[in-house]
Design a protein. Structure first.
Length: 132
């Protein structure tokens, strides 16, 4: 079963081909969901990973100084609490939360959501929650 992870890289960690090493050395199957990263720069990588040696691979990632967090499965938007301020849309790495230009309302596109949780933190009304 595949699991989703968000990896936050510091500058030096981006100098190694982490995804290549995970596939080559740990036989991990990877689906890159989102990538905002360049060599020598800080960045974020959202991966779906699967493999028998996943625990070893995660230990390797951590040993490289990369912050890794398992992601929840989905988010829920409570329309009763939401005031359509758009704070969540500005931090969404995949564009799963967008403001409808016609109505001005925040819309959730669940098929694009990777449940990274950044919108939950950004929402001043706590209208977004993570579910397992």
């Amino acid at each position: 079963m595949s699991k989703k992870y968000i990896l936050n890289f510091h500058q030096k960690a981006t100098e190694k081909p982490i995804t290549y090493l995970l596939v080559k050395d740990y036989d991990i199957k990877i689906n890159i969901i989102s990538a905002k990263i360049e060599a020598g720069e800080e960045g974020t990588l959202i991966l779906e990973m699967n493999g028998k040696r996943l625990d070893e691979a995660i230990s390797f990632i951590k040993s490289e100084g990369i912050i890794i967090k398992r992601m929840s499965e989905e988010i829920e938007l409570d329309r009763d609490l939401c005031v359509d301020c758009g704070a969540c849309t500005s931090v969404c790495p995949t564009g799963a939360l967008r403001i409808n230009r016609r109505t001005g309302e925040v819309e959730l596109y669940p098929d694009q959501c990777v449940a990274c949780g950044m919108c939950v933190i950004a929402c001043p009304r706590r209208a977004i929650s993570l579910t397992l």
